[in-house]
Design a protein around this ligand. Structure first.
Ligand code: CP3
Length: 357
């Protein structure tokens, strides 16, 4: 273990090495369900002001670690920082999702895009990573992250979230050359961005392909998987990133787990629509698995949460290579006490399953 790291369960599990118990972290662990997060966001004025202020981003990154026995911290930021740095103008209106002032509307808009400067427009992200590493002081590892090329393209072409992402899919059908040009510049940007986070001190990397599951199999292969593989290849050849475990999370893409495992990544994130036993059976020892309790289970009573955690850990079995997480981000409105119940239940069940029979 790196000399300065006091808890390396998470990194060991991603490398499929034995651990004393199952490590756990939670997607969106720093977020609106925490009153202290809402207070800091209020102080910052807006989500982007919070994300772009390294001191405040560091403060909210650490907030969930003060409450819960988490085994990893995740950089507080957003996947849409790359398109913002490319000039699209990201805003989050209160109570609404993300919006771009200048979405991509033509091939000419796409031809103009360039890989953003990691020491320029995105320097605030690297400053936050450096500060968080210092403040963590080796308590747990820090996860750096990015959106996937396809998922970033979805927001960049639509200009905001969408029910069906019809506009971006229409572009993929009608002008695949332009769509590939967009995905290529995004893949190179994502790899540079993750490499810069690694250089700044991130200790594991995760790529969120939130909208991969929108695509039919052929399109998934051409527009999502191919660029996840490009990012993985670039990172595995990169001086700063190649030693860091890399997790790919393609939500709704369970029919492609074998192909995702074949990219050369170290772990796969899973949504809650597949059992851990089946996922493990399909990918074997090739990758670690991260997931996958239904986030809505946190609205259930503590005894039900404990029962579901036990069931998930039993389903995975006593093998190395499981990082417990939800199948998607924690829902605003969840009682933080229920998150504590979940995390403590994971560690208890993880110890139990490792005890000699
Ligand atoms: O997980 C963490 O704690 C780290 C921080 C993090 C955020 N966004 C902070 C955030 C991470 C890893 C993300 C990733 C992200 N952002 C994804 C991929 C994961 C996923 O959820 O599928 C996506 C699709 C986005 C884009 C995005 N950002 C949306 C659609 C929204 C609005 C809807 C929502 O869930 O709130 C955001 C805003 C956002 N990003 C918030 C947080 C804490 C809430 C902003 C606020 O109101 O304070």
């Amino acid at each position: 273990m790196p000399a300065e790291l006091k808890n390396d369960r998470f990194l060991r599990a991603l490398r499929r090495q034995p651990t004393d118990t199952t490590p756990v972290w939670i997607m969106r662990q720093a977020g609106r369900y925490l009153p202290e997060y809402r207070a800091t966001r209020e102080k910052a004025g807006s989500f982007m002001a919070l994300a772009q202020n390294p001191e405040l981003a560091c403060e909210v990154t650490l907030q969930p670690l003060e409450r819960f026995e988490l085994d990893a911290a995740i950089l507080f930021s957003d996947i849409l920082t790359i398109p913002d740095a490319m000039g699209l103008g990201l805003t989050f209106a209160a109570g609404e999702g993300p919006k771009f002032e200048r979405p991509l509307r033509s091939a000419a808009d796409i031809q103009r895009l360039a890989v953003p400067d990691m020491d320029g427009e995105l320097r605030y992200v690297m400053d936050a990573v450096r500060l968080i590493r210092r403040e963590l002081d080796g308590r747990v590892p820090l996860i750096g992250f990015s959106g996937s090329p396809w998922t970033l393209a979805c927001y960049m072409v639509e200009g905001q979230g969408s029910r069906d992402f019809a506009r971006v899919k229409a572009m993929a059908w009608n002008d695949p050359g332009t769509m590939h040009a967009l995905l290529d510049v995004l893949a190179r940007s994502v790899a540079r961005y993750l490499s810069a986070q690694a250089e700044a001190g991130a200790q594991a990397l995760m790529v969120f392909d939130t909208w991969g599951g929108l695509l039919a199999p052929g399109m998934f292969h051409d527009f999502s998987l191919r660029y996840l593989a490009q990012v993985t290849d670039l990172l595995k050849a990169d001086t700063h990133a190649r030693e860091l475990p890399l997790v790919l999370f393609s939500k709704g893409a369970n029919s492609h787990l074998e192909a995702l495992a074949g990219t050369g990544c170290d772990g796969l994130g899973l949504d809650w629509t597949i059992s851990l036993a089946e996922a493990r059976h399909r990918v074997g020892e090739r990758v670690a698995l991260q997931g996958n309790l239904d986030p809505s289970a946190l609205f259930a009573s503590p005894d039900i949460i404990q029962r579901e955690v036990d069931a998930a850990i039993t389903a995975f079995g006593p093998h190395p290579g499981h990082v417990f997480n939800l199948g998607h981000g924690v829902t605003p409105g969840v009682d933080p006490e229920h998150v504590k119940v979940l995390i403590d239940a994971v560690h208890a069940a993880g110890r139990r399953i490792r005890e000699p029979a």
